[in-house]
Design a protein around this ligand. Structure first.
Ligand SMILES: *[C@@H]1O[C@H](CO)[C@@H](O)[C@H](O)[C@H]1NC(C)=O
Ligand SMILES: *[C@@H]1O[C@H](CO)[C@@H](O)[C@H](O)[C@H]1NC(C)=O
Ligand SMILES: *[C@@H]1O[C@H](CO)[C@@H](O)[C@H](O)[C@H]1NC(C)=O
Ligand SMILES: *[C@@H]1O[C@H](CO)[C@@H](O)[C@H](O)[C@H]1NC(C)=O
Ligand SMILES: *[C@@H]1O[C@H](CO)[C@@H](O)[C@H](O)[C@H]1NC(C)=O
Length: 398
């Protein structure tokens, strides 16, 4: 395929073209056929040179192949010197292919001679299955690039007790394979979990969901996709807010753990601001950094943030947003005092705390023992005995 595509000359290249030059004409090719090797839509198209063709010296023979791309709903054209080409089709739609013969080289005096007409192939889909039973809304999500899940909706016309099956194929497989693990909902198959199975990226993966029922075969449905376009990153777990010395609020977050390439991620940050009178305003900010500093200094509003991510379009063609992270607010709703950092508390603070603690304990003991009498009287001797051991405090006492 690689060498073949290297030889493909795109139509957009501007060549002087004529259908008749120096009296030289050429017929369209013969024997145009599309063969299905059972790869769920990747067809092998072959043709042969026109029967009238006689080798002309200094003449390069090329073909221009045009096919209706059923997935993009447009014609695609390629030029190739070969007599075969592989293209992807939706097997449930008409297959339409046209091929022209082209001549180029000194024989045509530098121009490109194209056959007046083309050879055309129109192939109707095989009328297979009970009408209207094909699955709908086939969607695949590659969760955090760990496992892919595909889901579909059942057509209401599907007869009861019918069994659906999913098959897939990509270029590294000899033959189609069946879904490794079906997802059930309400006792019927509604999806496929590819679990830990590695599927190649940047390669078409073809799917077919077919099945059988008491009323006959179910109408098959075909799809093709590339997994890098189905990535849904994991949810961001860590989002921190911090007020900076200059009075600005900074939000920082971490990317989901896993294989999703960090440099490909873009982020959407939702910032909502609640003023003391309860008015809430919110804004969405797109960024490629994993931090954000609010412009303006902090007042007495409350700021809440949540983030989500997706792969940037410079890495993939399509992307799916992750779930939003849980919101983090500043100040936090519950006024929970942050835990003191013990290692940073100076030693003398511990000593003072210990002394105060002992003092309190002693006071309580005295209060309990000599309940009923006046407290002040018992305080003095107690203090004297306690503080007698500490010269500094004794001075104070004196
Ligand atoms: C070939 O092209 C050149 C210029 O493009 C022209 O002068 C010449 O007459 C052409 N020869 C023939 C045989 O058409
Ligand atoms: C061109 O070819 C197509 C099919 O190969 C045919 O239907 C059509 O009549 C041809 N047109 C001309 C002008 O010969
Ligand atoms: C699919 O497989 C993955 C990995 O084995 C698992 O984490 C996930 O929960 C599965 N999904 C369903 C819907 O069973
Ligand atoms: C479904 O498709 C697979 C793969 O093409 C094929 O092997 C199988 O026979 C089909 N099953 C039915 C019931 O059509
Ligand atoms: C985000 O972090 C980077 C590196 O830590 C730093 O260079 C950049 O200034 C920060 N941006 C904002 C908006 O705080």
């Amino acid at each position: 395929m690689g060498a073949q595509s290297a030889l493909i000359l795109l139509l957009s290249l501007t060549w002087r073209e004529s259908t008749r030059c120096n009296g030289l004409t050429v017929d369209p090719p013969d024997h145009l056929v599309a063969v299905d090797p059972g790869h769920l839509g990747l067809l092998e198209i072959t043709w042969s040179p026109p029967a009238s063709w006689i080798d002309v010296p200094d003449c390069q023979k090329l073909y221009q192949l045009e096919y209706f791309n059923t997935y993009e709903h447009s014609w695609t054209a390629i030029r190739t010197p070969r007599e075969s080409y592989r293209a992807q089709f939706d097997l449930m739609k008409d297959i339409r292919v046209r091929v022209y013969t082209l001549l180029r080289g000194p024989c045509t005096n530098g121009t490109t001679v194209k056959s007046m007409n083309y050879t055309e192939l129109v192939q109707k889909p095989p009328s297979a299955g009970v009408a209207g039973t094909a699955v709908k809304d086939f969607v695949c999500v590659y969760h955090n690039m760990e496992y892919m899940e595909c889901n579909w909706k059942r057509s209401p016309r599907i007869p009861a007790n019918s069994q659906q099956r999913l098959y897939f194929w990509h270029k590294d497989l000899e033959q189609t394979e069946e879904c490794p693990k079906y997802i059930l909902s309400g006792g019927v198959r509604s999806g496929c979990n590819f679990t830990g199975r590695t599927l190649p990226d940047f390669t078409d993966i073809n799917f077919c969901i077919n099945g059988s029922s008491a009323k006959g075969l179910l109408e098959p449905a075909f799809t093709t996709l590339q997994i890098q376009n189905q990535v849904k990153p994991g949810t961001t777990e860590k989002l921190h807010l911090q007020s900076r010395p200059d009075g600005q609020l900074e939000a920082r977050w971490e990317r989901p753990v896993g294989k999703v390439p960090g440099h490909c991620l873009e982020w959407e940050v939702e910032h909502s601001q609640e003023s003391p009178d309860g008015k809430i305003t919110s804004e969405q900010i797109l960024t490629e950094q994993m931090n954000l500093t609010l412009s303006g200094t902090l007042g007495n509003e409350r700021h809440c943030f949540r983030v989500r991510s997706k792969l940037h379009k410079y890495c993939v063609d399509r992307a799916i947003w992750s779930e939003w992270s849980r919101p983090t607010c500043y100040p936090e709703m519950k006024e929970v005092e942050p835990e003191p950092e013990w290692d940073k508390v100076p030693f003398y603070v511990y000593v003072a705390a210990a002394i105060i603690g002992m003092l309190m304990l002693a006071l309580c003991m005295v209060a309990v023992l000599k309940r009923g009498s006046r407290l002040e009287k018992k305080l003095d001797p107690l203090l004297t005995t306690l503080f007698a051991r500490n010269p500094v405090l004794t001075v104070v006492e004196a």
